[in-house]
Design a protein around this ligand. Structure first.
Ligand code: ADP
Ligand code: MG
Length: 743
């Protein structure tokens, strides 16, 4: 196995050019790594100098539209974008043509409807712009019809029984609220994806519906507060994305990483994250070059990549963009994940987005910073400067409190995945119990409101909604608790349970919808109220009283909290399979259908897709383990035992007085572990042959959770121990130390 220390820049790297890119040839690296692509600082600086020019250069954004569309068309399109109005077909033709001209000038030859099926990645089917002229020539063409609607074959995407295989038709439809962009010579048009029967087959359609729902209900509330100038309410999101970077050569040698994106075997390295020397540590040159290149690519696509730093685990990093409207943030997070992987490849690296690539070191998640804001620029989760603004803030805040308490199950489900099951509750991420952190100050204020008592010792006045000015909550007093799954951070909530690999769409669909529901209930009460202020006070007070059990400002990682949460009656849905059945409960179906997020059929189809995805993931992992043991691990250990046996025999042949105790003892141990390995392998193989089929998918998921996962662990244990005892040259895979410390 190749062993390598990261070499600092100063050891004399030499510049060279390769296919138009600057590379570093570093004589102090081994020849194999010499030509690994590392962008030199000169190139980074050159590019960085022109960031404003570079930013959004591959996006058909507002500026481009304004410059390239006739005034009328621009205005019509803008209305569609801002208010979700439908677009006239004649307008679509003009837009399509302008888009095509712009894209062709930028070197694009193809276009695609870019959509988000129920997988973790985006889908695209490319068509070229060429249109034959009958004389052997072509021109580049793109019609409004092609822009607005597409017809990809839907039969190979997850549909949860929505689309029988004989009805393969699926449609994509343009979502003008997210800008088109060029990626690899292809004009990508963000679209929704739905079946012949009109059911959503993707993650974008319900997200857009949920944005509509919260817009509608929030506007009702704002009207009651006299905010007549507001015509649109959007939610905003800034997702912080964690990831691992490891050397590509090592990655390529691991079947588990290639097939499952996580290691299924691997003994603990002598050093993990215990020294806590990686978090916010200096970024190594190779990683810095990767990040610089990644930023360039993201900026071109209009992604507001802003913050980057090392994370807790070795080789783990984070990227956070500046927040944007939830629909755009979701598209951009998908793009970010895709580009992260692509850029890694050209730097000789592999980017791991799985929630738990390495056992025993922290896995990766995403923090979903979420807020609600108006088109007049007001953040509705920010305390205001006047009593009226504060009353409004408190109402939105209590709506979120009530929503999180009543729909703990949906929030939990929205982050449920086999990968995230490894993290939640494992003392590296919040537990599977949903609770909210508000900070002492805000909690005290709410208590004062609930009990009509004094808020502060200094100021002996009764805390009244709509009468008092709230203090601003500085970020440092609200952001101290890093263990909370759902924390108020001064002017937004940070939902911290998301897995790193999943789309952020699901959690935001739930957040938007459950808050829309509470706002609609509040509006129902307040619209009828005779005395608005009295009704408002009463509503806030009773809501706090009824839902304060969800507020917890303490350590979420402690055992005491698990017991306390149980006393409070909060849900603790430990695994994906435990959580999913709640998805189709009557309460949740009523919620989704009331706000037109999903039809009952769509809910059931998604439930099936999630369960199927769970089963498939565990199945692939189990089969990969069997393959690795049968083809690599077992033969490797046998070879090593063979070598040891040969040594024993050779020694005995030379002289009977030469001791072979060490070899024999090691052989004995290896042999015993090998027996264990073999038995566990047979047991897992047998279990995989007995997976219940033809029955309902929930029973199958239960089987994977209760039987298969346990057997996988039983196979891993002897294998990992064998790794520690087998000679380095015999072991077939790169070790944890190599993977975690080589970049
Ligand atoms: P942390 O301390 O958790 O690292 P940061 O201050 O770096 O948090 O910000 C985290 C994210 O929150 C960023 O992506 C930022 O853009 C986002 N954010 C800030 N304000 C809002 C808001 N009003 N709505 C949504 N996201 C926001
Ligand atoms: Mg954060």
């Amino acid at each position: 196995m190749m062993e390598r220390e990261p070499v600092p820049w100063k050891k004399g790297p030499r510049l060279c050019r390769d296919r138009g890119r600057f590379l570093v040839e570093n004589p102090s690296l081994s020849p194999k790594f010499q030509r690994l692509e590392v962008l030199v600082m000169r190139e980074i600086q050159q590019k960085t100098a022109s960031v404003p020019e570079l930013f959004g250069s591959m996006v058909f954004n507002d500026q481009v539209m304004k410059a390239r569309l006739p005034k009328e068309t621009y205005r019509a399109l803008k209305k569609t974008i801002e208010n979700g109005k439908s677009l006239d077909p004649s307008v679509a033709n003009v837009v399509a043509n302008a888009m095509k001209d712009w894209a062709v000038e930028k070197g694009a030859t193809h276009y695609t409807h870019w959509f988000q099926p129920m997988t973790d990645i985006t889908a695209e089917k490319h068509d070229s712009f060429i249109c034959p002229q009958g004389d052997g020539t072509v021109i580049m063409e793109f019609s409004g019809k092609e822009l607005v609607k597409g017809e990809p074959d839907a039969s190979s995407f997850p549909s949860g029984g929505l689309r029988a295989t004989f009805e393969a038709r699926g449609y994509t439809a343009w979502d003008p609220s997210s800008y088109a962009f060029i990626k690899e010579n292809t004009l990508c048009i963000p679209t929704v994806f739905y079946s012949y029967g009109g059911e959503a087959l993707d993650r974008k359609t319900p997200l857009l519906r949920s944005m509509e729902a919260i817009n509608k209900q929030a506007l009702r509330i704002l009207k009651l507060f006299g905010a007549d100038d507001v015509t649109r309410v959007n939610t905003t999101v800034g997702p912080e994305q964690e990831y691992f970077l490891i050397d590509r050569e090592l990655y390529d040698q691991r079947e588990d990483l290639i097939m499952c994106c996580r290691t299924l075997f691997g003994a603990k390295p002598p050093k993990g994250q215990e020294l806590e020397d990686h978090y916010f540590g200096a970024i190594k040159p190779r990683v810095a070059a990767y990040m610089a290149d990644l930023n360039q690519e993201l900026w071109k696509l209009g992604v507001l990549a802003k913050t980057e730093h090392n994370e807790v685990a070795p080789s783990q990093h984070e990227l956070a963009p500046i927040f944007s409207n939830t629909n755009v943030a979701t598209d951009h997070n998908q793009l970010t994940m895709e580009i992260m992987k692509k850029v890694a490849k050209r730097h000789g690296l592999a980017c791991l987005l799985h929630e738990k690539p390495f056992d025993g070191v922290n896995g990766s998640g995403k923090h979903n910073n979420w807020s609600i804001s108006t088109n007049t620029g007001v953040n509705l989760l920010e305390p205001g400067d006047s009593p009226a603004e504060n009353a409004q803030f408190l109402l939105f805040l209590t709506a979120v409190i009530k929503a999180v308490d009543e729909y703990q199950d949906l929030l939990r489900i929205s982050v449920a995945s086999p990968g995230n099951d490894h993290r939640l509750g494992a003392n590296e991420a919040p537990p599977a119990i949903i609770s909210m952190f508000l900070g002492d100050e805000l909690t005290e204020i709410l208590e004062a409101i609930e009990n009509s008592t004094d808020y502060s010792q200094k100021d002996k006045t009764e805390m009244k909604v709509g009468v008092h000015i709230l203090p601003r909550f500085p970020k440092d007093t609200t952001d101290r608790n890093r263990t909370s799954p759902f924390a108020f951070t001064g002017n937004k909530f940070e939902f911290r349970m998301l897995g790193s690999k999943s789309s952020i769409s699901g959690p935001n669909i739930v957040l938007n919808t459950i808050v829309a529901e509470e706002l609609s209930q509040f509006a129902d009460v307040l619209e009828k109220a005779g005395d608005f202020n009295a009704a408002l006070n009463d509503l806030i007070r009773t809501t706090i009283r009824e839902h304060k059990r969800i507020i917890f400002n303490g350590n979420n990682y402690s055992d005491e909290w698990v017991a306390e949460a149980e006393r409070r009656g909060l849900l603790n849905l430990k695994s994906t399979v435990d959580a999913l059945p709640y998805y189709i409960s009557e309460k949740n179906q009523a919620l989704f259908t009331k706000h037109k997020i999903y039809t009952a059929t769509e809910i059931h189809s998604r439930y099936e897709i999630l369960l199927e995805n769970y089963c498939k993931t565990i199945s692939i992992e189990a089969l990969t383990m069997l393959d690795m043991v049968n083809k690599d691990i077992f033969p490797a250990v046998c070879r090593y035992m063979d070598a040891l046996s040969a040594t024993v025999l050779h020694k005995a042949g030379v002289s009977s007085v030469i001791s072979s105790k060490a070899e024999e003892a090691r052989l004995k141990k290896l042999s015993a572990l090998c027996d264990q390995l073999y038995q566990a392998n047979e047991a897992l193989g047998e279990a995989m042959r007995k997976v219940p089929c033809g029955c309902d998918v929930k029973a199958q998921a239960d089987y994977y959770k209760d039987t298969v996962i346990d057997l996988m662990q039983r196979l891993r244990t002897p294998a990992d121990e064998l790794e520690t005892l087998t000679g380095k040259t015999y072991w077939p895979y790169p070790t944890y130390s190599q993977m975690l410390f080589s970049v």
